[in-house]
Every structure is written in C-alpha cells, then in structure tokens.
Design a protein around this ligand. Structure first.
Ligand code: FES
Length: 211
C-alpha cells in the first residue's frame, strides 16, 4: 500500500526537529485531541524584551501527520515573535510540508493548537493578555475539555469526570469523580492547575476528588 504522506512529511516524521522538553520553559501546553485521544506538548522559551521565541520543543504522542506538523511548526516558530507564531496556520504548515492529507487535518491542527496554547500560557503568566474577559464557568469547562482522562484517551468533560465547578470571587473549586488516591489523580490535578491557574482573575483553585 502506498503511503498517504509525501517525502517531506515522511522525512519530518522520521527525523522530527525540536523534540523534547525545556526544563525551565516560560510557557507550556499539553493539548489533547478529542477526535483521536492523542496528545502533543509544546514548551517555549521567550525573550521578555522582544517577545521572540528563542527556543521551542515539542513531544507528540500522535500519528505521523501530527509529528511532522509539530516538527515543521516548531522550526517556523523559532525566531518569531509570539504574535507572529500565533498566526502560523494549518495551511502554511501543510504548504511547508508539501501537502498534508485532508483526512489527517485534525492531527496537524492539534500540533498548531499546542503551539497556540503554549503562547497563551506564556501571555497569561506574564500579564500580556489584552482583553481581560472575566472567567466564567463556561470558560473553565472549555479549558477542562483540553485535559485528558488518561484512562479513556478522551477529555475530562466528555468522559463525565467533572462533577462540579464552582466560581466565586476568583475562587474556583473543581470536583472530579475519582477516588483521591487514584493512580491518575495527581497527574489530572496538575494538568487542571496548569490550565486554570493562569487565568488572570483566578485567585485560588481547589481540585477535589470524590468517589
Ligand atoms: Fe491522532 Fe493523528 S490520529 S494525532
């Protein structure tokens, strides 16, 4: 059977650039695809004076299309400002790779979302968010859709693990339906913290696990 991927895609898939983590990253994100359950992480190092991405690394747990896109967009983003890197589109990534199969669009979009989320994470942590939209329960729920339930390969919301979300005066309480001593509880809690805590008006976050 012939491969759906061209030579450039295969080359990036076999030898992906910028793979790994940055220990003292300034911005980071872990994005999961609700379509397939795969994940991609993106770490960035940013020059605070110029907002230029000095270093970027990614790790992919997805397919060839996802890995090749992660590879090409990290190359494209390095040396760009946060605003420029945020504009990198699926089409540009696909063009740079000589074309990606359309059926695999969600895989490459996942890599791009990972990059954009890492940028957002940096901006939120450094007070660079322009429109200060007040946090709502709907927004919190939307972010929890990006946190994977490792048991199911789908996000917490889709798998009904979010039992309750409370929001009052900047205090957020999230209740997850899992035993507190569950093997994935700590990992889920740290991912929730990473997504919710940087929101500009969140003062305190409590994540509770109840059976
Ligand atoms: Fe999941 Fe491609 S099938 S990232």
């Amino acid at each position: 059977m012939s491969s759906p991927y061209n030579e450039t895609v295969m080359e990036h898939f076999r030898h992906p650039r910028n793979v790994g983590k940055i220990e003292d990253a300034d911005g980071k994100a872990l994005e999961g695809s609700p379509a397939c359950g795969d994940m991609v992480s993106v770490h960035i190092k940013v020059d605070p004076n110029t907002n230029i991405i000095d270093d970027i690394k990614f790790e992919s747990y997805g397919c060839a299309s996802n890995i090749a896109t992660g590879s090409i967009i990290t190359e494209m983003a390095k040396g760009k400002t946060l605003a420029e890197a945020r504009k990198i589109s699926w089409l540009q990534a696909s063009d740079a790779l000589g074309g990606l199969p359309k059926v695999k669009a969600h895989c490459s979009v996942l890599a791009i979302e990972g990059l954009r989320s890492a940028i957002t994470n940096y901006e939120e942590r450094h007070g660079l968010v322009n429109e200060k939209v007040p946090t709502t329960i709907a927004l919190i729920r939307k972010r929890l859709r990006k946190v994977m339930n490792p048991m199911a390969g789908l996000d917490l919301v889709h798998t009904n693990l979010v039992q309750d979300i409370e929001l009052k005066d900047g205090n957020v309480r999230i209740v997850i339906t899992l035993p507190p001593n569950h093997q994935f509880a700590a990992a889920i809690k740290s991912e929730i913290t990473e997504k919710i805590e940087p929101l500009w008006d969140v003062k305190e976050l409590t994540v509770e696990f109840v059976e």
